[in-house]
Design a protein around this ligand. Sequence first.
Ligand SMILES: [Fe+2]
Length: 293
Amino acid sequence: MSATPSTVTAPSAMLRIRPLTDHIGAEIEGVDLSRPISAAQFQAVNAALVAHGVLVFRNQDLPPAMHVDFSSRFGPLVGHIVKRFSVEDFPEVTYISNVKNDKGEMIGADRAGMIWHSDMSYMERPMLGSMLYGVECPPEGADTEFASMFAAHDALPESLRARLNKLRGIHDYPWHYATYLSHRKPLTEEEKAQAPPVTHPIIRTHPVSGRKALYLSEGLTRSIEGMDEAEGRRLICLLTDFSTQPAFVYRHRWQPRDLVFWDNRSTMHRATEFDNQYRRLMRRTTIQGDAPF
Ligand SMILES: [Fe+2]
């Protein structure tokens, strides 16, 4: 692939980092994830993740064991609340899919993440990052969009930023599920009990770079603490719209064997529609992060 002028080579790691937009996304070339990566490669990938928010690795051979191996270099893995979506023998790996088993049941999360969100922001310690691998991808549609919450934060008017700095969002998975996932079996009481609502600062500090990012989403932030529920909801939706303006967004068009690794501390994402006649089979891991501050 031809290098753009902005391509960076990390010499000790033998990999190249090619930014995909002005604010978010980079393609990483020169790394083979089917075998353990070196310490230098790990450091270069980690630094690129913090800088670019979304990393794309094309044409990777990544069976579940290697998916777990690579992901767990970055932190402990967290399986999906809904255990039936796990890959057999790999509880940390979740299927995102519209494929059904012999009994006619969905093997994975179907129509997952169609509303802007940051993965599992409803946990006390939400996810550092997520890695999604394409096994079978529809020939059109089913793109994933990513928005830079660093860029959104930096573009906010100073007065609004000062106001948001004092506020905490209420992140609520059972609310999200009831609102957006009514096509699925309802959550059990046990599943609901694993995810009571939590609050997080609306402006968070990236624990590695110290940059400030907006931290809320239309999909998972139900409202704002101390604010009238409907007023809080309106502000969340306005800020989601602001954050997802085209200049701040990278849209990934999937090919089989793509691995996309994103930083949930500084980005939001959403899945997009596709024709359900096509099979979609993706595998995902999520990596535990720290409590936002
Ligand atoms: Fe997601």
